[in-house]
Design a protein around this ligand. Structure first.
Ligand SMILES: [Zn+2]
Length: 286
């Protein structure tokens, strides 16, 4: 090889290297760029994922919060159960039963009640009419209601009625009655409550007393009737067999013409219901 061709070869190689360098280096650096873009995308992707995860966590924590709220609301809505006993029935039952657990003293299972001096309507009918209205009003207010009877054709002793209140796990036991007296002029509302010294009702006396007072107060307000106060009794089978606080409401005297007529009207029955419901509300909230 002569000197000329060596120079030519060297020149060719130099140009070749230069060409390769011009072509290869940019593509090499592009590769770096591409890698950088990919890694940028990865960063973005992981950022997006992180944000999504955050949102997911937020959603979860929102769900948890909602759950807690629901539980709180459920705890706030305590459904009280009221047992209503419409006094008497179509036919009284004169068979006897003990007046309390283990008692030697007995009384007729259920008496026949009084009757309207003007209307001739029997007490058990008025008691049922008011009790059914009371049931509807209480259910509307969110209470659970148990009735000892929803018709007149039953045979239920006072002991059995108290057992219904106890076995249904009712919070209170309300007995709905109307009264009768020898004197026509006697009128007004009174409530019967277990006596403080009654050995059968030691555990329920205090609550029964509060219940009786609260209902009587509201009932007198809603009806405008005379307040005859509370009668404490230790001889009432329907009290002595009860293990839940109990009150017996004497809505008025059917032996008084005016009250007898009032008791048979829808309007007055709703006034009575209003008073009892307000009394029950006050008993559970105060
Ligand atoms: Zn009665």
């Amino acid at each position: 090889m002569n000197k000329k061709s060596i120079i030519a070869l060297m020149m060719f190689m130099i140009i070749g290297i230069a060409v390769i360098t011009v072509i290869a280096i940019p593509s090499f650096s592009n590769g770096k760029k591409a890698e950088a873009i990919i890694s940028n995308e990865e960063v973005l992707a992981s950022e997006v994922q992180a944000v999504e995860e955050d949102m997911g966590e937020e959603k979860e924590s929102l769900k948890e919060a909602e759950k807690e709220e629901v539980i709180e609301v459920e705890e706030e809505i305590v459904k009280y159960k009221i047992c209503i006993d419409p006094g008497h029935q179509l036919k009284g039952n004169s068979d006897h039963e003990p007046i309390g657990p283990g008692s030697d003293k007995t009384k007729p299972k259920v008496s026949s009640g009084t009757r309207g001096v003007a209307t001739k309507i029997p007490e058990y009918q008025i008691n049922l009419e008011v009790s059914l209205k009371l049931r509807d009003a209480l259910i509307e207010k969110g209470y659970d209601v148990v009735l000892t009877r929803d018709k007149n054709e039953v045979d239920l002793s006072n002991r059995q009625r108290a057992s219904i209140a106890t076995e249904s796990n009712s919070d209170i036991f309300l007995r709905i009655h109307a009264d009768g007296a020898g004197k026509e002029s006697v009128n007004g509302i009174h409530v019967l409550c277990p006596g403080e010294t009654d050995k059968f009702t030691v555990d329920i006396y205090e609550e029964s007393n509060i219940l009786s007072r609260t209902i009587l107060e509201k009932l007198v307000q809603s009806t405008g009737a005379r307040n005859r106060g509370i009668s404490y009794r230790d001889d009432i089978s329907g009290f002595n067999w009860s293990t839940v606080p109990v009150a017996l409401i004497e809505m008025g005297f059917m032996t008084n013409k005016r009250e007898d007529k009032l008791l048979s009207t829808e309007e007055y029955q709703y006034k009575i219901v209003e008073g009892i419901v307000e009394g029950i509300d006050a008993y559970f909230t105060e």
